[in-house]
Design a binder for this molecule. Structure first.
Ligand code: NAD
Length: 256
């Protein structure tokens, strides 16, 4: 069933490089016929993301640091001017200080805790607000989460707590935006080697033990995450909202 997203415009937040889950999602959205708008966090990523945006045929690229309210507001205005509306929003953004992903959770500083929550959870609420105005006939918002939201994963620490806030935000946003036919869901991806993931101490060990224990006996492929994002963004997912869908080779069902 080709061109599942024909006629839809998608905003993808969180492409930093070729390894980003957001890049795999943008590729899959494009493959299915969506028009693309991308953002980059700041000048450090600009050149790389410009190259990727050109390769993907993205029609809009703009800077957006989600900790800057004026950036988020400008993004909304630029989308309205360029496309007049929006049908799909993929939010693939998270950040925590490296030291908070290696020392015991109990030592998390106030500023580190707030920063992780601002970037990784509150930003979904901020961008959902601009999407609400643009998604005039309905739409689909998808974010990325991880099992560390509900289980203790060594060294994931404050990011797990932020993901718990993100998952709760998905449910509250789904309830608020449902009457406008806007669906909000999260994909809980298995570990994938990306720049953010490498910030978690001993991430390599996590990947190894994951593939040993997962029912499919392998790690998660970013393309699998992206295809689930396509499903959620397309009309095939029209009855699904407020959900966390695991794309993790089955790892989350395992006990001992
Ligand atoms: P990544 O480093 O490629 O992407 C993270 C993105 O967040 C980057 O593009 C970065 O620029 C952006 N970002 C950070 N702070 C920002 C800010 N202030 N403003 C705007 N953008 C900001 O890593 P990734 O693994 O592709 O992460 C994408 C999402 O997937 C994250 O939410 C992550 O928690 C989630 N996730 C990742 C894994 C994994 O193992 N890689 C597993 C499950 C969920």
């Amino acid at each position: 069933m080709p061109n599942l997203l024909e006629g839809k415009t998608a905003l993808v937040l969180g492409v930093a490089n070729r390894w980003s889950l957001a890049y795999a999602i943008a590729q899959a959205f494009r493959r299915e016929g969506a028009r693309l708008a991308l953002t980059y966090q700041g000048d450090r990523q600009k050149t790389t993301v410009e190259e990727l945006a050109a390769e993907l045929g993205a029609e809009m690229l703009t800077g957006c640091d989600v900790t800057q309210e004026q950036d988020v507001d400008r993004l909304g205005r630029e989308l309205a001017e360029r496309f007049g509306g929006l049908e799909i929003l993929a939010h693939s953004i998270a950040f925590a200080n490296r030291e908070d992903l290696s020392r015991p959770f109990v030592e998390t500083s106030r500023s580190g805790y707030l920063l992780a929550h601002e970037v990784s959870a509150y930003s979904l609420v901020a961008v959902a607000r601009i999407a609400q105005k643009l998604m005039k006939t309905g739409g689909s918002i998808v974010t990325l989460t991880y099992l560390g939201a509900t289980r203790v994963i060594q060294n994931y620490n404050v990011m797990g707590v932020a993901k718990a806030a993100l998952e709760a935000s998905v449910r509250y946003l789904a309830s608020d935006l449902g009457p406008s036919n806007i669906r909000v869901n999260a994909i809980s991806a298995g570990p994938v080697k990306t720049v953010s993931a490498r910030g978690v101490k001993d991430f390599g060990r996590l990947l190894d033990s994951f593939s040993e224990k997962a029912p499919l006996r392998r790690n998660t492929d970013p393309a699998e995450v992206a295809d689930t994002a396509v499903f959620l963004a397309s009309d095939l997912g029209r009855g699904v909202t407020g959900n966390i869908i695991f794309v993790d080779a089955g790892f989350q069902i395992m006990g001992l």
